[in-house]
Design a protein around this ligand. Structure first.
Ligand code: FAD
Length: 402
């Protein structure tokens, strides 16, 4: 008799955790496991702002999937998922097709420009390793051009960041460390280079309270970050952003949009019912109406039963969902009842560069400054260990002092 086939789509926090747990919980005699991912490596999505600023090398933020998943136990396919044919229990890839009995969809996010004119064409996105690496290279290229006299436009030394949420603020925090380094390297006075954050809402970092937000804003301003808060971007041109009611053009050599994300476009393409690009899953993490499809991480809205609101999409939520789904698939196979997902929130910490940050941990302890920066490294290393194991932690961990 054929063994049931579990197919996991995406080797991010959710998919890789689910795959490793499935391989631990179920024997090769019981099930076949297949993991499909665009690349042969996993990357730390929560570190991409550092790759984009150039404060870490992109290789530190990724590791080979075959180093943490035994290819003899799990069939690894490196290809892009194009569509899920639910009726036929098949996944269409760019180069082949794969049938499934159980499906785990963990394809992560894509940037959402909310239709802002010119954003798609003219802005950079912090979306994966490649897109982040291109930002780092572009910023440095602009500095090199200015330094060599190839460009005399001082605006080339401005980095403009749209969006004052988690990604945008963590990114400007890294830039506040990196830009002085670039100025030194290319003999450019620091005063000529600008880092500008533009946010349409009346405040930045909506997940934190006013005290922590004020701390973060002042700390970044002290390190040279300029804020344009309450200024909506109406257009992105090759020269920069057009903002505010008076349509001011803020010119920059590099414009980066971090203002929104949505679930993988594969969901909508496959005819799944999406709300703001993601599927709202049942409490056992299955797609409503489906027996055998689980949707996790940034592809889904998981409701907090107490508040009636979805949990904010985070790496820690994705990892916990990965582990929960492995359990539930085992239960399904064994004819046992499925468990409702229960999120264990360990708090949120945002970095503001290498040695500063803010955070809320263990339901109510507030952190700022070096303590938050140290905690952020603990969180990052913990994720490395939890998804990749001890070897990956030793190779890629953030052990450097401030
Ligand atoms: P991901 O980890 O993004 O993985 C998706 C995987 O699917 C990737 O390997 C990708 O290559 C693959 N994939 C995508 N499309 C396809 C396709 N068509 N075919 C095949 N493979 C595909 N969260 C926190 O908790 N704390 C933080 O500090 C934090 N900081 C962040 C900073 C940044 C810059 C960003 C962008 C996000 C941050 N987040 C943070 C959010 C967190 O990273 C996400 O919530 C988390 O990565 C979601 O995990 P996931 O497994 O759903 O997706």
């Amino acid at each position: 008799m054929n063994k049931p086939k579990i197919v996991v789509l995406g080797a991010g926090y959710a998919g890789l955790t689910a795959t490793r747990k499935l391989a631990q919980k179920l024997s090769p005699e019981e099930v076949e496991i297949v993991l499909i991912n665009k690349h042969n490596y996993h990357y730390e999505t929560t570190w991409l702002h550092e790759v984009a600023a150039g404060t870490i090398n992109h290789n530190q933020a990724r590791y080979m999937i075959s180093d943490v998943v035994n290819p003899k136990r799990v069939r690894l396919i490196y290809d892009s998922v194009v569509e899920i044919k639910q009726d036929e229990q098949r996944v269409v890839l760019e180069n082949s097709e794969v049938a499934y009995d159980y499906l785990v969809v963990a394809l992560g996010f894509v940037t959402n420009t909310f239709g802002i004119k010119g954003m798609e064409e003219n802005a950079f996105f912090i979306q994966d390793i490649e897109s982040s690496r291109v930002i780092r290279e572009h910023i440095e290229y602009k500095f090199a051009q200015y330094s060599s006299g190839e460009s005399t436009d001082e605006n080339d030394l401005t980095v403009l960041v749209g969006g004052g949420g988690f990604t945008g603020i963590e990114f400007v925090g890294e830039l506040a460390d990196k830009i002085p380094e670039l100025c030194k390297k290319y003999d450019i006075p620091r005063s000529k280079a600008r880092i500008i954050n533009v946010e349409a809402a009346p405040s930045i970092l909506p997940v934190f309270d006013d005290d922590l937000v004020s701390y973060a804003k002042k700390a970044l301003e002290d390190r040279g970050v300029e804020f344009r808060i309450g200024a909506a971007i109406s257009e992105c041109t090759p020269e920069g952003f057009i903002v505010g009611e008076d349509n001011e053009l803020i010119k920059a050599g590099t414009s980066v949009w971090t203002g929104g994300v949505t679930g993988s476009p594969v969901l909508a393409k496959s005819g799944f019912e999406v709300f703001r690009g993601k599927v709202t899953v049942d409490s056992d993490l299955r797609m409503p109406g489906s027996e055998n499809i689980f949707i996790l991480g940034d592809c889904s809205w998981t409701m907090n039963q107490e508040t009636g609101k979805p949990y904010p999409p985070t790496g820690q939520l994705a990892m916990q969902e990965g582990a929960a789904v492995a359990n539930n698939i085992k239960n399904l196979l064994y004819g046992l009842p499925l468990n409702d997902f229960a999120f264990d929130d360990k708090g949120t910490v945002a970095s503001l560069g290498l040695s500063d940050g803010i955070g809320n941990i263990f339901s109510g302890i507030k952190l700022q400054g070096k303590a938050a920066a140290a905690m952020k490294k603990v969180v990052d290393d913990r994720a490395l260990f939890s998804v990749g194991g001890a070897k990956v932690l030793l190779k890629k961990g953030k052990f450097r002092p401030f």
